[in-house]
Write a protein that binds this ligand. Structure first.
Ligand SMILES: Cc1cc2nc3c(=O)[nH]c(=O)nc-3n(C[C@H](O)[C@H](O)[C@H](O)COP(=O)(O)O)c2cc1C
Length: 200
């Protein structure tokens, strides 16, 4: 992988591996791979990830005291210069298991904001969020957009990132073929550094 084309870390935040957001994730992955990216998917489904205990240990050590399935996420997040988060909307937010993973990124926040450690990246860091919900409310994706903004900030990524939300998708069968083709296109554009849109 070159500096312009670093591996992509795709984080899938639904507890349902093969649901609507799973299909969204798979379509993005297909497009990214077609554009020559190496991508790794880490899904929270089936994992045991405890929420942050706010014990404050990471404020001093930069490490989390909890020993659970978060470890591969930590390792991948330490190395990633491209992060794509794929999530459904649950109660206008990120599903609990996915949110637990996000909260545990407090370790990275501590390293930057408590311990003064500057992050070094193999390439300029770039993020993206893809979200899906069953309803069509105007503010459906606003809470997730804000959570992700501060997640990206915690891991040293820019607070500005493309975000695409899809409404009225309750089940995988609700996706239209042209929507999934569009997502594949986003995968290609993201790899080429051409994706710059916010559809909240
Ligand atoms: C616990 C739960 C809460 C949900 N809350 C919302 C919601 O607040 N707004 C909405 O539009 N859809 C909501 N949905 C619907 C999901 O966003 C939708 O079905 C989505 O396609 C599921 O993606 P998944 O199969 O990848 O988990 C909820 C679904 C579940 C299971």
């Amino acid at each position: 992988m070159t500096k312009d084309n670093p591996p992509i870390l795709i984080l899938h935040l639904s507890p349902r591996a093969n649901g609507s957001s799973g299909l969204l994730m798979a379509s993005f992955l297909k497009g990214a791979q077609a554009a020559g990216a190496q991508a790794r998917v880490l899904a929270v489904a089936g994992k045991s990830i405890e929420g942050c205990r706010a014990c404050g240990d990471c404020y001093r050590t930069g490490q989390c005291v909890i020993d659970d399935d978060m470890e591969p996420f930590y390792q991948a997040l330490e190395a990633a210069a491209r992060i794509v988060l794929v999530t459904p909307v649950y109660f206008y937010g990120i599903p609990a298991l996915g949110k637990a993973m996000i909260d545990r990124a407090q370790v990275f926040w501590s390293r930057i904001y408590k311990l003064g450690q500057k992050r070094e990246f193999a390439a300029e860091p770039r993020g993206l969020v893809l979200a899906v919900g069953a309803t069509k409310g105007k503010d459906l994706f606003t809470p997730i957009h804000l959570s992700m903004k501060y997640f990206f900030d915690s891991v040293g990524f820019p607070r500005k990132f493309p975000f695409v939300g899809f409404r009225r998708i309750e089940e995988p069968s609700d996706w239209a073929a042209d929507q999934l083709a569009q997502v594949e296109g986003y995968g290609q554009e993201f790899v080429r550094g051409q994706l710059d849109l916010t559809l909240l």
